[in-house]
Every structure is written in C-alpha cells, then in structure tokens.
Design a binder for this molecule. Structure first.
Ligand code: UGA
Length: 439
C-alpha cells in the first residue's frame, strides 16, 4: 500500500518506518527541514533502540521516503496518517494546533479520494471537527467530489520498546464508520497482527480508548505508590504486597511498580486531558484527577525523604543523581521525576551532580545551569554524601555497591525505583532508603 505519514516525531517516525519494514511504501512528511535533511541521511532525531538501522535499510530498499512537501506524500496515497504532537496547552487541554495545521495542509493539496487516519492522541470529537475542516478546503478548491473518511487509530507504543510494540502490537484499535475503511485498515495491518487482534469501533470510542488505557495504567502506578506509602507507615514491604496481588490473574503483574512517580510525554498529559474532556461534559472525573494528584505528590517524595534525613538546609550536601530520563532506554526527560527532584534539591542549597547513560544532552537543555555532570558512575559517586536512584537503568541495577561505597563520602542511598536489595545494602554498611520497603 502507499501511505503518507504527517509528523516525524516519536509516533510518526516509528510507525512510518514500521509500515515500510512490513512492505508498504511510506512517505513521511515534516515541516522541519533540518529534521527531514537528517532523516534522508539516515540520522534519527530521536533515540530509540533499533530505529536507525530500520530507517537506513528501508530507505536504501526504496520503501521509505522523507519530504517537507505534503504534495510528495499525498501522491497516489491510499492512507494519510496524522501523527503530529498534541502537547498540553497552558490549561492542560490537548493543544490541537499542529493537528489543525496538518489537516489544512492536506486539504490544500489533496486531489484524490483517500482515508485520513488520526494517530495523534486527540480529544473525543476531533475526527468530526477535522472532517468539516477538510471538506471546507475541498469545497473552496472545487474538489467536493473527493471521497474522504476520517479514521481514528490510536498508538500504544512505549518509548524504548517502540519498534517491538509497533511490529508486534497486543492489539490494533481502529475507529472507522464504513466497511470500506475497515477493509483498508485490515489490509494495512495484515502483516502485523492476526485479524482478531484488530478491534473495530466508532471513532469517538477509539479516541476515548487511548486516554482510558493510559489513565488506567497510570492509575495502577499511582495506586501502588499510595500503597507503598502505607507500607512505609506500618512496616510492610510493597514488593511482597505486589507479588501477592499480581498472582491474581484478574490483576496481573504489569504497571504495579511503586517508585518516584511516572513521567514522560504521555501519562501526565493524557490523564490531565481526560479530566478536561470529562469535566467539559459536566463530570467530576474523580478517579482521573486523583491519579494526577497522587503522582504530583509522588514526584516530591524523594526530596521530602532527603529533607527528613539531612534537614531543610542542604548547603553541605553533595547529591549524586543516578538517572535523568523519565524511564530507562530513552533520552526523553519530559515530565521526568528527576527534574522535580533536582530543582527541589537546588532550592535547599544542595550541590547536585548527575549522570544518565544517554540523556545528558537533554539534561543540559532542560536543567538549571548550576547542575554538574559526571561522565560515568564512578566519577558521579566519588565524594558524594548520597546517591539518589531516579531511573532504573540496567547499569544501575548491576552496580557494584561494595566498590562504589568506597568512593562515597557517606554511604547513603535513596532508591527511588526499588532496584537494590535492602538487606544487602544494609549488610554493606549503607544507610538505605527506598519506596514502600523501609521496614
Ligand atoms: C505510555 C504507554 O505505556 C503506552 O502504551 C502509550 O502508547 C504511550 O504512553 C503513549 O501514549 O504514547 P511511555 O510513556 O513510553 O508509554 O512509557 P511507560 O513505559 O508506559 O512508562 C511511563 C512512566 O511510568 C515512566 O515514568 C515509568 O517509570 C513509570 N512506571 C511504569 C512506574 O512508575 N511504574 C510501573 O510499574 C510502570
């Protein structure tokens, strides 16, 4: 099939590349000339394991193209995906400016019938809005005969696992009104999943599914974070509680890890946006609001624990921050708990030194100038009063604490991801604090 993908951000680039990998001919469009220039040379603007190779190979084999001109993408295309960003506006609602710009662009160039598929996460009813808008463009250009249908096909890929999630999805959700559109989407996804894994519904339900799925996952995390606080109060172990709960098949084991809060470009914004969508309909959205509230508090927890240990004035404290990305295997720091923590520590006068295996460039861009950086774990921990684990990178999980303890000024560890064994740490002479396991 011939496919156009508008937007080469995370979702657009990964999905476009995976469509090509499965044999479709894909043209990815972006208004950012520098980005497209780099992509044509096979340089990915985002860090995602395996993506560079796929981009390079599919371009070389003539299935993947990049352009800044929507006309190049639309030529002969059966499906045009919109995969641009919907960042939160100042009031927390999803900002649709990029989606509207994309539909205007398509409307000003389209000259044949095709299906427009919205992959961006958008509020309920956006499909209907886009349909009206593009039809106005076509009418103005005397092209009202063109047949159009706007479909919704939300994306469920996780950063760091995006290629795997995209090539082997658990399910594909498609909001489509006509049988013809469903047949085209079935054909598109045939190389990816068996037919029963494609779940068809109306577009509004597909739009809600995306927000509801992310909010449910975020709710599991916030719930466990609350349980972890209770565990600390009563001297219980949140990992044992998780194990006990997760063995019930109805509950399962995923997304039940307590920690220093969830971050990223999706959970925080989608939970918030769901609240707005519901409130706009006169609902309280009590659950979704509570999920956000618990997470905001959770992101403060590490610095609260550190203030309890060192006092409000941390002038003398050198804190070594292990991990800056919002999760391992990505350089993404959007809404990362590390940002809340580091700002809080600097406010208390602490000296902050940080290290992340791949998010250092992002950190220089996003963090205050007075943060220092280390090139590796050893130089990070040398002379530090405490280590604070914020991202569960494998190299931190495998850390040789016996050796590292010898480098530190004081053997104190705050583990925001519960990756160390409390007993072992204490046996090594560490003062060890974690989330929901401080028995
Ligand atoms: C999330 C969803 O998992 C994807 O299904 C969805 O497609 C994506 O958002 C999106 O809307 O585009 P992502 O933001 O890449 O994916 O990251 P996750 O792996 O879901 O992690 C989100 C945050 O939750 C991270 O900060 C992580 O550390 C935290 N987390 C995750 C926990 O604190 N505990 C857990 O048990 C799991």
């Amino acid at each position: 099939m011939k496919i156009c993908v508008v937007g080469t951000g995370y979702v657009g680039l990964v999905t476009g590349t995976c469509f090509a990998e499965k044999g479709h001919t894909v043209c990815c469009i972006d208004i950012d000339e520098e980005r497209i220039g780099k992509l044509k040379k096979g340089i990915s603007p985002i860090y995602e394991p395996g993506l560079d190779e796929l981009i390079e190979r599919n371009q070389r084999e003539g299935r993947l193209f990049f352009s800044t001109k929507i006309r190049d993408g639309l030529e002969g295309t059966q499906l045009c995906f919109i995969a641009v960003g919907t960042p939160p506006a100042d009031d927390g609602r999803a900002d649709l400016a990029q989606v509207l710009a994309a539909i205007d662009d398509i409307g000003s160039e389209l000259s044949h019938s095709c299906y427009i598929v919205v992959k961006s996460t958008v509020p309920v009813g956006t499909g209907t809005l886009l349909c009206k808008r593009i039809k106005n463009h076509l009418r103005e250009r005397g092209m009202e005969k063109i047949n159009l249908e706007i479909l919704s096909n939300p994306e469920f890929l996780k950063e760091g696992m995006a290629i795997e999630d995209c090539l082997h999805p658990d399910r594909v959700v498609v909001g489509a009104a006509s049988d013809e559109a469903r047949a085209v989407m079935r054909e598109l996804y045939r190389p990816f999943v068996s037919e029963e894994k494609i779940i068809f519904m109306d577009p509004a339900s597909a739009e809600i599914t995306k927000y509801a799925a992310n909010t449910m996952l975020a709710a599991r995390i916030s719930f466990m974070n609350e349980i972890a606080q209770l565990c600390d109060k009563v001297g219980a172990d949140v990992l044992s509680v998780k194990k006990g709960m997760a063995s019930d098949r109805r509950i399962g084991e995923y997304f039940l890890n307590a920690g220093c809060g969830y971050g990223g470009s999706c959970f925080p914004k989608d939970v918030q946006a769901l609240c707005y969508i519901g409130e706009g309909q006169g609902l309280d959205m009590t659950m979704a609001s509570a999920v956000s509230k618990v997470n905001r508090k959770q992101k403060e927890l590490l610095q609260i624990m550190m203030r309890e240990r060192f006092g409000e004035d941390m002038e003398e404290i050198e804190a070594a921050i292990m991990g800056l990305a919002f999760k391992p295997h990505t350089n993404d720091m959007r809404e990362a708990p590390s940002i809340t923590l580091i700002r809080g520590l600097l406010n208390c006068g602490a000296s902050v030194r940080a290290y992340d295996p791949i998010a250092m460039d992002e950190a220089h861009r996003l963090l205050p100038d007075n943060v220092q950086y280390a090139a590796d774990i050893e130089s990070l921990l040398a002379g530090a009063d405490c280590a604070v684990i914020v991202t569960e990178w494998p190299q931190f999980k495998e850390a040789d604490w016996e050796k590292f303890g010898g480098l530190m000024k004081r053997k104190i560890v705050f583990d925001g991801r519960n990756i160390c064994d409390p007993e072992k740490m204490r046996a090594l002479g560490f003062e060890y604090y974690c989330i929901g396991r401080n028995m």
